[in-house]
Design a protein around this ligand. Structure first.
Ligand code: GLC
Length: 469
C-alpha cells in the first residue's frame, strides 16, 4: 500500500491557519509552527491551497507568478523550511496546482495573447461566479471561467503546456509530495465554441447552473491532459478537483498510472443526511470505481459550507465517524476537527465563501494572530486549547482507522440509522437522528462518538460506534 492509500489528507487554508507576524493573515511560518499539532492529530499529509504570488482577487487562485511565494505568506526559504519540518515529522506536503487560468495581472496576459482565448464574439457561457464568461477589451473578448480577473489559459497551445508543466517540475524539485489540481474538468473547451444548452432542472440558485456546461467542461479530450499532468507528477500524488456525477468522476482515474490517483469525491457534501441516501451513494461509488481505483471521501473544503453547519453540531461527530471509517482516503478541512461552524460574514469573497474560511481557533482568545484577524473568529468556546471531545474523537478515529480494512458492505439503512461492515472484523453504526435507536449490529465497542463504553444495545441520540465483530 502507498502512503496515500493508508493515510489521510488535511487541507489548510493558509490565510486562516496561523499568523506569525501580526498582520492578521496566516503565513507559512505560522503553518510550520503548527505542524506538530497536525502530526499529533494523526493525518499523513497537508494540502496547502495556493501560496503563490497573487493579487488575491480569488485568494491565491489568481496567480501572477507560479514559482514565487506571495510575500504575504513568506518566502521560498520559508517554504523550504516548511517542507523540511513536515518531512521531519513524517508529513507529506501537497500543493495546489492551478492550470486553468492565471491572474489578469500575470505578465503573460499582456505579453502572450496566444496563451489565452480571445474571440470577436462571446457565446452564451456563464462564469462560475456569475455573469458572462467573456470580458470585453476593445473589440474583443477573453474567456474567464471564474472571475474576470482569472483569464483562462489556452491549453491547446503547446507553449502553454510546456510552461505550465515546468511549474510542476519546479515544485517537485523543491521536494513536494504531490498536487491537488484545481478545476481539472474545465481545462479544455469546445474548439467550435458552441453555446451551452439550457439546464431543464435548474433550481434558480446559481446562474452558472442555468446552462449545462457540455461544451465548456469535462470534454473527453481533458483525459489527455490528465495523463500529461500525471506523467509529469509521476509516482507522487495527484488529487484532482472534479465536481461531476459519480459515473463521470471515475473517468479521471484514467488508465492505470495515467490518471489522478484521487479524483476528489465530493458527493458526501451534497447527499441528503439520511442513511438510505448515504448507503446508496457509497454502493454506487464503490461499484463505479475502475479496477485498481482507490476511493476517497471529502466532507468539507474552502468552497463549501462547513459540515457542522450542514448536518448540525450534534451530528458533526457522527459525520467524522463516517468520513474516517469509509473505505478510501479521507480529506479533512482544517477546523472541522474542533467542530468549527460557518461564521456569518460576507466581506471579501464574491462567491460568498467567507463563512467557511474564518481563522483557526487555537485558544479561548483565538490564538490565530496577535493583530486583527482578516476574518472574524466564530464562537471561541470552540477551540483547540480546551481539547474538546470532537477533537479527541478525530484523533482516536485517525488512529483506529489504520487497523480497519476490507470492503464496505451495508448492514442496515433505515429509521435514521446507517450501519456497515468493513471487512470481516469491523462494523460501524451511525445514528443520524437526535433520538435513541436500536443498535442493529452486535460486537465489541472499540470507539463511540461519546468516548465511553457505548449505550449497550442502543445507539444514543447522535451517536456513532465502531465495533469489532
Ligand atoms: C476551485 C477552487 C476555488 C477557486 C476556483 C478557481 O474551485 O477550489 O476556491 O475559486 O477553483 O480557481
Amino acid at each position: 500500500m502507498t502512503w496515500w492509500e493508508r493515510g489521510s489528507i488535511y487541507e489548510i487554508y493558509p490565510r486562516s491557519f496561523q499568523d506569525s507576524d501580526g498582520d492578521g493573515v496566516g503565513d507559512l511560518r505560522g503553518i510550520t509552527a503548527r505542524l506538530p499539532y497536525v502530526r499529533r492529530l494523526g493525518v499523513d499529509a497537508i494540502w496547502l491551497t495556493p501560496i503563490y504570488e497573487s493579487p488575491q482577487a480569488d485568494f491565491g487562485y489568481d496567480i501572477t507568478d507560479h514559482t514565487a511565494i506571495d510575500p504575504r505568506y513568506g518566502t521560498l526559504a520559508d517554504f523550504d523550511a516548511l517542507v523540511a519540518r513536515a518531512h521531519e515529522l513524517d508529513l507529506k506536503v501537497l500543493l495546489d496546482y492551478v492550470p486553468n487560468h492565471t491572474s489578469h495581472e500575470h505578465p503573460w496576459f499582456a505579453e502572450r495573447r496566444d496563451f489565452y482565448y480571445w474571440r470577436d464574439e462571446p457565446n452564451n457561457w456563464r462564469a462560475v461566479f456569475g455573469g458572462s464568461a467573456w470580458e470585453r477589451v476593445g473589440d474583443e473578448y477573453y474567456l474567464h471561467t471564474y472571475l474576470r480577473e482569472q483569464p483562462d489559459l489556452n491549453w491547446r497551445n503547446p507553449e502553454v503546456r510546456a510552461a505550465m508543466l515546468d511549474v510542476l517540475r519546479f515544485w517537485i524539485d523543491r521536494g513536494v509530495d504531490g498536487f491537488r489540481v484545481d478545476a481539472m474538468r474545465q481545462l479544455l473547451k469546445d474548439p467550435e465554441w458552441r453555446d451551452n444548452p439550457p439546464n431543464p432542472d435548474w433550481d434558480g440558485v446559481k446562474e452558472y447552473d442555468s446552462l449545462l456546461p457540455v461544451h465548456s467542461a469535462d470534454l473527453d479530450e481533458v483525459q489527455e491532459l490528465v495523463a500529461e499532468i500525471r506523467g509529469t507528477i509521476g509516482d507522487r500524488l495527484m488529487v484532482a478537483e472534479v465536481y461531476a456525477p459519480v459515473e463521470r468522476l471515475v473517468r479521471y482515474y484514467g488508465e492505470r498510472g495515467r490518471g489522478a490517483q484521487l479524483p476528489f469525491n465530493f458527493h458526501l457534501i451534497t447527499t441528503p443526511w439520511e442513511p438510505e441516501a448515504i448507503a446508496e451513494l457509497v454502493e454506487r461509488y464503490e461499484a463505479a470505481l475502475p479496477e485498481g481505483g482507490w476511493p476517497n471521501w471529502v466532507l468539507g473544503n474552502h468552497d463549501r459550507g462547513r459540515v457542522a453547519s450542514r448536518v448540525g453540531v450534534a451530528q458533526a461527530r457522527v459525520a467524522a465517524t463516517l468520513l474516517l471509517t469509509l473505505r478510501g482516503t479521507p480529506t479533512l478541512y482544517y477546523g472541522d476537527e474542533i467542530g468549527m461552524t460557518d461564521v456569518p460574514v460576507h466581506r471579501f469573497d464574491p462567491d460568498g465563501r467567507d463563512p467557511e474560511r474564518t481563522p483557526m481557533q487555537w485558544t479561548r482568545d483565538g490564538g490565530f494572530t496577535t493583530g486583527e484577524p482578516w476574518l472574524p473568529y466564530g464562537d471561541l468556546g470552540v477551540n483547540v486549547e480546551d481539547d474538546p471531545p470532537i477533537l479527541r474523537l478525530y484523533r482516536a478515529l485517525l488512529a483506529l482507522r489504520r487497523g480497519i480494512e476490507g470492503p464496505y458492505r451495508t448492514l442496515h439503512a433505515g429509521d435514521g440509522v446507517l450501519a456497515y461492515a468493513r471487512g470481516e472484523h469491523h462494523a460501524v453504526a451511525l445514528n443520524l437522528t437526535g433520538e435513541p435507536r436500536p443498535l442493529p449490529v452486535r460486537g465489541e465497542v472499540l470507539l463511540t462518538t461519546h468516548l465511553d463504553g457505548g449505550g449497550g444495545d442502543r445507539l444514543r441520540a447522535d451517536e456513532g460506534v465502531v465495533l469489532r465483530i
